[in-house]
Structures are given as C-alpha cells and as structure tokens.
Design a protein around this ligand. Structure first.
Ligand SMILES: Cc1cc2nc3c(=O)[nH]c(=O)nc-3n(C[C@H](O)[C@H](O)[C@H](O)COP(=O)(O)OP(=O)(O)OC[C@H]3O[C@@H](n4cnc5c(N)ncnc54)[C@H](O)[C@@H]3O)c2cc1C
Length: 269
C-alpha cells in the first residue's frame, strides 16, 4: 500500500511555504536548459506551468489530447478568481481568504497549501492582467471586484461570465510565445497512455498520436500532470467529455495516491 508523503514544509502555518521557498535549492540559470520537464495538459494549469517553466529556461514538452490547448475545459469557467487584494478596503486579508477557502472545502483541504494559494492569489491577478486578460474594470480604470460564493467581502476578479475563456486565451498566448521562442515543444492530439516511473519518480510518458495511432515514448527529469477534473466518471455532469480521468487513472495504477475522489464539483450551471 502506498504511503502518503504530502511534503508540506515544517514551521508555523503562515510561514511554511515562504520559509521553504527561501531555503529550497535553486538551479543556476545557466543549468536550467539541461533539465527537461514534461507537462501533460494545456488547460489553465498546464499551459501556465509549461509557459512559466520555459520562461525560466527549462526545456519543456507539452502534451494535450485536444487539437488545440484552447479546447481545454478551463474555457468553461465563468465566475472569477478570488484574490486577497483588499481593493475594496472591506476587511479582506490573506488569512480571511485562507479561512473562507478552507471552510468552502468543508475543512478537508490541506491547510498549508490553501494558505499558500491565498498568499499567491494577489500575484496571480497581476500575472493574468500582464498576460492581457481583460478583467472587468471600474469606470476609473481600476480592476472591479464582486462578492461571490457567499463571501463577506468583494474579492472576486472576473471578466463578465467568461473568466475561464479569457484566462485561457491569456495562458495560451504565453504558451504560444514560448513555443515560438523554442522553449516549449507542443504536441497536440497526443494522449498520455502511461506513466514511466523510475525509482519511485515519474520520468516519462507513453503517448498515442490520435491522428496516426503511432505510439511514442518521451523521457524527462520531471513530469507534471495537469490533466484537469474527472467529472465524467459520474453519469450526470456538465464537464466536457474530455474530462475523463484517463491520465490520473494511469498515474494511480503506477503508484500515485488519489484522495477524496467523491469530492468533485458537478457544476449545476
Ligand atoms: C462551468 C464551470 C465554471 C467554473 N467556474 C469557476 C470559477 O468561477 N472560478 C474558479 O476558480 N474555477 C471555476 N471552475 C473550475 C476551473 O475552471 C477548473 O478547475 C480549471 O479550469 C481546471 O483547469 P485544468 O488546467 O486543471 O484542467 P482542464 O482545463 O480540464 O485541462 C486539462 C488538460 O489535460 C488534457 N488531458 C487530460 N487527460 C489527458 C491525457 N490522458 N492525455 C493528454 N492530455 C490529457 C486535456 O486535453 C486538457 O488540455 C469552473 C469550471 C466549470 C466547468
């Protein structure tokens, strides 16, 4: 039976990740190009990860079973992103966003990671705005906020009812820039069939070309699985048909831990 090693850093809750980031070993900029990273998936998670890793200097291969990264299910997200910027001066803070998120997750989420999410929420909005995401603005030009999901503060940044679509276009253009610059090798219509594990570490994948049927193998120093939700394990779901659990199931069969599979958001929209 697999042993769960969450790798949550030590120390007081609010300092865990900040402290870890200052103590972690870094890779010299000149050496980054010696490392290859495979990213599977090109939704908001995968395309941002691939673009950012390439921007840092790593060699990235990005695989996606859609015909374009823009087909990922992230396109369907509507409401917006929460960030503890406290632009409304209505009492918001990193701690409040942390607590609201934890409560919204029925107190089941891993606290340290939720705290990290609340900390970086502030930067994520700036990064997306810099990518050109047209967030809603007040008439004076400042970013607008709305209160969302029962929160007592207005902290949700949005782009009408199509936040996911606009975010994905932003992430996709960052990814395309790195494809053009040679930092990312993009493989569309490519399904991950299996994960290659060496000494307990994910070091590669097997891929089927969905047009030709050809099966190829790819190795790397690390593999990032950003393959989205798995709502289609349920009969009724508003998820895209592609949200089909194929990648995480294959990783699970190779020893990855899978927790709370019942904890799936079935969108009632
Ligand atoms: C209707 C709706 C509204 C939402 N509203 C909000 C909101 O207001 N705020 C919010 O924060 N979140 C919202 N969400 C949730 C949020 O959009 C998702 O959690 C997020 O977009 C998921 O991004 P992702 O990159 O992880 O996955 P996805 O966008 O699903 O991307 C998965 C990628 O993995 C690839 N893939 C999967 N399996 C394989 C395989 N075997 N081989 C190769 N490639 C594979 C796919 O091709 C795709 O590129 C909403 C979601 C929906 C559906």
């Amino acid at each position: 039976m697999a042993q769960l090693e969450s790798k949550v850093p030590a120390g007081p809750l609010a300092d865990k990740w900040r402290k870890h980031k200052t103590e972690i070993k870094l890779v010299n900029p000149a050496n980054k190009r010696k490392y290859e990273v495979i990213v599977v998936g090109a939704g908001l998670a995968g395309s941002s990860a691939a673009a950012t890793l390439a921007e840092l200097g790593y060699k990235v291969k990005n695989f996606v079973f859609h015909d374009s990264p823009r087909r990922a299910h992230s396109i369907a997200a509507q409401g917006g992103i929460n960030a503890a910027k406290n632009y409304q001066n209505d009492g918001d803070s990193v701690h409040r966003l942390f607590y609201d998120t934890l409560k919204g997750g029925d107190y089941r989420a891993r606290e340290a990671n939720v705290h990290r999410l609340a900390e970086v929420s502030v930067n994520i909005i700036d990064q997306c705005a810099a990518q050109g995401v047209p967030f809603a603005r007040e008439y004076g030009g400042l970013l607008a906020n709305r209160s969302f999901g029962g929160a007592q503060v207005s902290r949700t940044f949005y782009a009408r009812g199509q936040t996911g679509q606009q975010l994905l276009l932003g992430a996709y253009s960052a990814l395309s820039r790195m494809v053009g610059a040679g930092g990312v090798e993009l493989h569309t219509n490519s399904e991950m069939l299996d994960l290659v594990v060496v000494d307990g570490h994910a070091k590669g994948i097997l891929v089927r070309d969905l047009i030709t049927g050809a099966i190829t193998r790819h190795s790397a120093d690390a593999v990032v699985l950003a393959t989205g939700g798995y709502g289609n394990v349920f009969n009724l779901s508003t998820y895209a048909r592609g949200s089909n659990a194929t990648a995480i199931w294959r990783a699970y069969k190779r020893g990855a831990c899978l927790a709370n599979p019942c904890y799936t958001q079935i969108h009632p929209t």
